[in-house]
Design a protein around this ligand. Structure first.
Ligand code: VGL
Ligand code: ZN
Length: 202
């Protein structure tokens, strides 16, 4: 069992990010057994859940003439456009049925504001609108955070970078993550995490 100051943050292990889902990550379901086991090692366990309204601005379908995986400039900067995914209340937004959810003390839902996407578990994509997770972790005395889940190069990486910026010791267990790899994003985000002092382990 890890110290009570260590938190496991399980990012977006939802049906839409697993094979058969709307924004499937290759082998997204292969990490679930390991994540389930890790939950027994941590006192503090948090799950995140991508949780979009149907009119969400990150969906290509909400922009005439735009296709998934194209980029659009939003008020807060460039935003990749995605297929409709993780729509609130749908089966695709549910956690994968094999993921243990009982050990988690907190579920952070993110991406619920139509006008702004939220990759990170800490901040939306403007990098300033908070999800409340930092306050929760600080209130529980957490100083170290370990990330697992989907997708390595988007929600996991943004979360880990924010954690490092906020002063947490941040670790990503790459073997318990899978990535989308869009336009070299795996290499780019891995390099950014390493440069920010995020520990990248298997
Ligand atoms: C994610 C793209 C869009 C993720 C969420 O969980 O990495 N990626 N929404
Ligand atoms: Zn999303």
């Amino acid at each position: 069992m890890r110290a009570a100051t260590e938190a496991l943050i399980v990012i977006d292990v939802q049906n839409d990010f697993c094979p058969g889902g709307a924004l499937a990550v290759a082998e997204g379901d292969k990490i679930i057994n390991r994540i389930n086991g890790l939950m027994d090692d941590f006192v503090v366990t948090v799950l995140t859940q991508d949780w979009h309204p149907a009119n969400h601005s990150s969906f290509a379908s909400n922009h005439a003439g735009k296709a998934p995986f194209e980029t659009l400039t939003m008020s807060y900067g460039p935003q990749t456009l995605w297929p409709d995914h993780c729509i609130q209340g749908t089966a695709g937004a549910e956690f994968h049925p094999d993921l243990r959810t009982d050990p988690a003390q907190l579920v952070i839902r993110k991406g619920f504001r139509p006008a702004i996407d939220s990759y990170s578990a800490f901040f939306e994509n403007d990098r300033s609108t908070t999800t409340g997770l930092d306050g929760y972790l600080r209130a529980r005395g957490v100083t170290g955070v370990t990330f697992v889940g989907l997708a390595t190069d988007f929600c996991v990486a943004y979360s880990a970078l924010d954690a490092a910026r906020l002063g947490y010791r941040a670790t990503v267990l790459l073997g318990a993550c899978r990535g989308i790899d869009l336009g070299g994003s795996m290499a780019a985000m891995t390099a950014q995490m390493r440069a920010a002092g995020v520990a990248l382990e298997d």
